[in-house]
Design a protein around this ligand. Structure first.
Ligand SMILES: [Zn+2]
Length: 478
């Protein structure tokens, strides 16, 4: 019985096989767990599309979906010198890192001209004898530290609070974007609008009802490298008095007009105060965001001509930017600005386009009911609300006084009327200026016609007097 002897060759072979099996299983199991640590997928580097680098930060996105990033560096070489823009090491490997590199013009050796940006990223893999995978990219750039130049050709002596100003300016050829900034609002300028000066820019801007009276408008030009030039606009702000009014919300209005605007049946079961706030505050905000989105896309050509027209035979029944406080059973429940005029004639009166343009919106617009928004170009829009019927569709070209539909009381309206609003680059502006032929003649036309700044200043010397709309009648209108 030789196989009882532990030292027989057969038993030695069996023991060796068992040891080998354990080693192989160990390697397989170990390999299964360790293999990902040896991944061979190199990091990815994404650079911002740009061929110039200036004072504006440039964004770099580095990612490694495998073991994660261990280190990233960005260097700029120019004229034989190397400048470290960023050097980062990660104790905990990162899957993705976004960082922005910016030039410090005070660094010795940074000057305008050609340069190479090099970004190197390494991951935490154990591949390459534990050094990891490396990605390096190089990009040729031009260092540009000079901001564009701007020159004001014509401006306004006066701008009404809530109203519009118009400027003509020149900007150097490297300008990528330019326009007027005021508060949170931005009003782009457009070339090709000024007779005899196709390179000049024309910009309409608003000293909007929602920015402080002492806020300063600035003309801003930015080049591709992000270098910025700013210039303060000097105008006298004409104080337009806006009314404050208190409106008591009656129960029948809540039941018949307010609650039905809520799509959610459960919300319609809320308290009268909750229902009113859900419509007047939440839905209003949603509708105004929609209007801002539609009226923020400027068509770079002027589609209107001359003064805008007020709905024929209409009376203005509520002013622009009136601040309204709403009460229910004597309790204050909400406040809102009224961002247009309420015009009334007779029931189902034909609504005329205030000027020529194209239809940008024709649909239900919540508190504004059935509404049409016309695009007049250069960021200027008019809005028509509470319509009983709409006769136009999006994309239609319309002429001044062309009928858009009929007045009604859809949306949050008590009684048949037209809500008329004027918007510039997403913000509601004082409509009366656009109805005022003298204001258009003094403030817009001479600039478009390429008159000199001095000639325009002369024309504006006598204080322009606006016709103010008839004293507001405080009915529950909106
Ligand atoms: Zn209104």
């Amino acid at each position: 019985m030789s196989n009882l002897n532990p030292d027989t060759p057969k038993n030695k072979l069996q023991a060796t096989i068992i040891v080998l099996l354990i080693v192989v299983i160990g390697l397989l199991v170990g390999g299964y767990y360790l293999a990902p640590r040896f991944e061979r997928q190199a990091p990815q580097i994404k650079l911002q599309e740009a061929d110039t680098l200036g004072l504006a930060p440039m964004e770099i996105v580095v990612s490694d979906p495998g073991t994660g990033l261990k280190s990233v560096s960005a260097t700029l070489s120019m004229g034989g010198a190397e400048h470290a823009l960023a050097t980062e090491q990660y104790a905990q490997p990162l899957k993705e890192k976004t960082f922005s590199v910016a030039l410090d013009p005070k660094l010795a050796g940074i000057k305008e001209g050609p340069a190479v940006l090099r970004v190197v990223a390494r991951d935490a893999s154990l591949w390459n004898f534990f050094k990891g995978n490396e990605t390096m990219i190089e990009k040729n750039l031009t260092i540009d530290l000079t901001p564009p130049t701007i020159e004001l050709i014509a401006d306004d002596r006066y701008v009404s609070f809530g109203g519009v100003g118009a400027i003509v300016y020149k900007a150097s050829a490297d300008t990528a974007t330019s326009g007027v900034k005021l508060g949170t609002h931005y009003f782009p300028g457009f070339q090709g609008q000024i007779k005899g000066h196709p390179d000049y820019f024309f910009a309409l801007f608003a000293h909007a009802y929602d920015v402080p009276a002492d806020a300063k408008a600035r003309l801003v030009a930015t080049d591709k490298a992000g270098n910025k030039k700013e210039m303060a606009l000097a105008y006298e702000l004409k104080n337009v008095k806006y009314k404050k009014s208190t409106i008591a919300v009656p129960d029948n209005f809540l039941q018949n007009k307010v609650a039905p605007l809520l799509k959610d049946a459960a919300a319609r079961q809320g308290s009268p105060k909750d229902i009113f706030i859900a419509v007047n505050h939440v839905l209003r905000k949603e509708n105004e965001d929609k209007i801002a989105a539609v009226t923020s896309k400027a068509t770079p050509v002027m589609l209107w001509n001359g003064a805008f027209t007020q709905l024929s035979n209409s009376k203005v029944e509520a002013n622009f930017a009136d601040s309204r406080t709403y009460t229910y059973n004597g309790e204050q429940i909400d406040t809102a600005f009224h961002l247009g005029y309420d015009l009334s004639v007779t029931k189902h009166y034909p609504i005329e386009a205030s000027n020529s343009g194209t239809v940008a919106f024709a649909d239900d617009l919540g508190i504004y009911g059935n509404a049409v928004i016309l695009d007049h170009g250069l960021g200027l829009y008019t809005l028509y609300g509470h319509m009983s019927s709409i006769d136009v569709k999006v994309g239609d070209a319309v002429k001044q006084r062309q009928v858009l539909g009929k007045t009604g009381e859809t949306g949050l309206a008590a009684g048949d009327h037209l809500h008329f609003g004027v918007y510039l680059d997403g913000v509601a502006v004082l409509p009366v200026e656009w109805w005022d032929a003298k204001w258009i003649r003094d403030n817009i036309e001479p600039k478009i016609e390429g008159k000199s700044g001095d000639a325009i200043a002369e024309a504006q010397r006598p204080k322009a007097q606006h016709k103010t709309p008839r004293k507001a009648v405080h009915k529950l209108r909106r």
